[in-house]
Every structure is written in structure tokens, then in C-alpha cells.
Design a protein around this ligand. Structure first.
Ligand code: PMP
Length: 407
């Protein structure tokens, strides 16, 4: 059995020792480690061709513009979009969803219209809609999940009526790992005249993706979870919808003509990118996309499924462990609790052995509430993880449990 993708030497941080132990990193859902080609692309830009985009006629500015726009085309091809105009660079998934809530809200939603979410969304796909509901009298409805963490499809159909104008859902839950049947949901939404946004923070780095094949209307993701830098993300939107939506931020770069009386806006995608954009970060994201595409997203998905299955089997065999989120289709994320232990105690001791595991509510307090918990421990995998690291986790866990079990 292949026990690794044989690319660990691409990630210099894996040479670090944490408290004397090799780093075992199980928090890729929060942010991924960075491979050398990404680090070098950013460093190369700042070293050799740092310049402002879309402004100067001089060489450095032209080079910066070419690289920035090349990164946009890489994103376009990576997600299967029809044109680079449909790719808006943002600061990350959170910024993308806030932009969507503001702009789509202004263009398409009237008081009484419904936005349909699930009860297990990340706060980034919940709070912006709650703020919109307060501002514009939009109504929010929530699709419930069963005890495995799967959407209850009958309830989805009960909640989906002509008042629903937008459904916004995580493609993969960052807490439970659930991979939702998005194709079915999108088809049903479109039959009812509703648009669909997928929060792809946990899917873009892990699955092959084709937004046109899915026929999804909007898709948001973050560069730093895709082996790229922080400070860059994407909002994809169908051109026809984006062109009906107003810009949210005003300033340089997003204008066509400005007089003291009136401004006309630049065409897509620039009308949504006010100010000097995140040039180095976009170039870093482009390098990250090149990197994962060289490996192949199919291969990544298959390998991570193997990590998930192996870890699920080994972890559930540890006495007292309860997995939270047991959907039939999952991304490589496992939340769990252990009888008589506090996840924070456990994670602190694991860190002393070099093992990075996340604990807390994972920015989704409603998910915790749904499962009657205040926190879980969470393992999430990336392309650098190995089956041996999972073995290390399990044996370390077993040795630590007598220390952290509370009477
Ligand atoms: N949605 C989901 C499902 C996530 O997992 C995250 C990050 N944990 C976000 C949104 C927010 O992403 P960012 O912090 O990069 O904006």
C-alpha cells in the first residue's frame, strides 16, 4: 500500500522539530503548509519584478500585471470557469462571502426573500447573511442535519419554495467533514428559480472541481488552504450574475471614468477589486495551483480518502473515542471527543510530542450546539500526511490517555 505521496521534501517546514519531535501536522483544514515552489514564486516576485499592476507602461509594472492576470487564468482553469472575468480576487473565503452577501443582497434580494443555509455552516457563511437579514429584512432558513452530519434531504425540499432566492452551503463541512450532494441540491434550486453559492474552503484543495459542470452560480475559496499564501482568495460567479451586481468597495482600479459628479465602473472582474490588489499572493496562489495540478486533483482526492479511511478505522478502535460526523461521503476531516477527557488537555499534550491537532468550536458554534458539545478535537489531512503519522498519533494518544482522563 502507498503510504505517502512522496512529496514531503517539497515542504521545508516538515524538517522542523517541535519540542524535540518531528512535526506531525493534522490541521490542514485551518491552513496548509507551503511547498517550496510557492515560497519561491513569492520571493521571486518581490526580488525581481515587484511593481504595481494595471498602471504603469514600464517593464516592472507590465511584468507584475502579466503575472497577476496569469494567476487569474490559472484559477479559471483550475475550477473550470468559462472566463477570467468570472474570477474575483479577494482576501479569502470570508471576504468572498461578505462581498457576495453585500452585492448579491443589494442586486437581487428584497425584504421577505429567503436565503437558505444549513445548520452546520462555518461562521463565514452564516454571520454575513445574518447581517444582511438585519439590514434588508431578508429571512434565513436552515437545513437540518441528521446525527451523522448529513443534510436531511426531505427537509431541504420542504424548505425550498419560491421565496428562496439563494442557497449558500459549505461544499464540505469544516467540522464534520460531510461532503454534501451538491449536484442534486443545485439542480433542485435551479428548478425553483434559486441561485446557489458553495463555500469551497474545504473542497477546492481536495477535490477535482468544475463549476460549469456543477452549474453552481457562485463558489468561494481561500488560497492558504490550497498550499498557497494567506491574504488571497477567490469569488467565482457566473458572468451574467456578476455583471448585474454592484461593486461594494470604491477606489482606484475599479473605475472607468470619474468626475466630481459621477463614477462609472470598470468591467468585470475589476469593478470588484478596488485598490492595489494582492499581487504577490495571487502569484503565490498561481504557483500553488500549478503544484497541485502537477500531482493531479484525482490523485490527491484518492490519497486523502485513503488517509481518511485508515485514520477513521484506527481512531474509532481507541476505547472511549466517539467520532462526530460519520457521513457516508466525507472530506479528509475527523472530529472526535474522548470520554472523560477535555480536547484542550489532549491537544496540549499532543503538541508536546510534535503533533498539531485542532480543538475548539472550529468557527461553527451552531454545529457544536447541534451535537450538544462545546468543542471537539479535529484531525484534517493534506497531501503531505502519511499513514505512519496516523500510527504515531494513535500510539501517542493511547499513551497519553491515562494522563488526561478525568475521574
Ligand atoms: N468556510 C469554511 C468551510 C472554512 O473551513 C473556513 C476556514 N476555516 C472558512 C470558510 C473561512 O476561510 P478564511 O478564514 O480563509 O476566510
Amino acid at each position: 500500500m502507498t503510504t505517502s505521496l512522496d512529496l514531503r521534501s517539497d515542504f521545508p517546514i516538515l524538517e522542523r522539530r517541535i519540542q524535540g519531535h518531528p512535526l506531525v501536522y493534522f490541521d490542514s483544514a485551518a491552513t496548509t503548509l507551503k511547498p517550496t515552489p510557492v515560497i519561491e514564486a513569492i520571493s521571486h516576485f518581490y526580488t525581481y519584478s515587484s511593481g504595481p499592476v494595471h498602471r504603469g507602461v514600464y517593464t516592472l509594472s507590465r511584468e507584475a500585471t502579466d503575472q497577476y492576470e496569469a494567476a487569474r487564468r490559472k484559477v479559471q482553469h483550475f475550477i473550470g470557469a468559462d472566463s477570467p472575468e468570472e474570477i474575483i480576487f479577494t482576501r479569502g473565503t470570508t471576504a468572498s462571502l461578505n462581498l457576495l452577501a453585500h452585492s448579491f443582497g443589494q442586486a437581487f434580494l428584497r425584504p421577505g426573500d429567503v436565503v437558505l443555509l444549513s445548520e452546520i455552516e462555518h461562521h463565514s457563511n452564516l454571520v454575513p447573511w445574518q447581517m444582511l437579514a438585519e439590514r434588508r429584512g431578508v429571512v434565513l432558513r436552515y437545513i437540518p442535519v441528521n446525527d451523522a452530519g448529513e443534510l436531511i434531504i426531505d427537509e431541504f425540499f420542504n424548505l425550498l419554495d419560491r421565496k428562496v432566492k439563494l442557497i449558500s452551503l459549505a461544499h464540505i463541512s469544516n467540522v464534520l467533514g460531510t461532503l454534501h450532494p451538491v449536484k442534486t441540491l443545485i439542480e433542485a434550486a435551479h428548478r425553483m428559480g434559486a441561485f446557489v453559492c458553495l463555500d469551497g474552503a474545504q473542497s477546492a484543495p481536495h477535490l477535482p472541481l468544475d463549476v460549469q459542470e456543477l452549474d453552481v452560480d457562485f463558489y468561494a475559496f481561500s488560497g492558504h488552504k490550497l498550499y498557497g499564501p494567506t491574504g488571497i482568495g477567490v469569488l467565482y460567479g457566473k458572468r451574467d450574475l456578476l455583471s448585474q451586481m454592484p461593486p461594494i468597495e470604491g477606489g482606484g482600479d475599479m473605475i472607468e471614468q470619474v468626475t466630481l459628479e459621477k463614477t462609472t465602473y470598470a468591467p468585470l472582474p475589476f469593478k470588484f477589486e478596488a485598490g492595489t490588489p494582492m499581487v504577490a499572493q495571487a502569484i503565490g496562489l498561481g504557483a500553488a495551483i500549478d503544484y497541485v495540478e502537477t500531482i493531479g486533483m484525482e490523485k490527491i482526492a484518492a490519497y486523502e480518502a485513503k488517509l481518511l479511511n485508515y485514520a477513521t478505522n484506527r481512531l474509532s478502535a481507541v476505547p472511549g473515542v466517539k467520532l462526530i460526523g460519520t457521513a457516508r461521503k466525507k472530506g479528509a476531516i475527523i472530529s472526535f471527543v474522548i470520554d472523560g477527557t477535555h480536547p484542550l488537555d489532549l491537544a496540549t499534550l499532543l503538541d508536546c510530542r510534535g503533533i498539531a491537532v485542532r480543538t475548539g468550536h472550529h468557527c461553527s458554534q451552531p454545529t457544536m450546539e447541534r451535537f450538544g458539545l462545546s468543542h471537539t478535537a479535529r484531525l484534517s489531512f493534506g497531501i503531505y500526511n502519511t499513514l505512519e503519522e496516523i500510527d504515531t498519533l494513535i500510539s501517542t494518544l493511547k499513551s497519553l490517555l491515562p494522563l488526561v482522563r478525568r475521574a
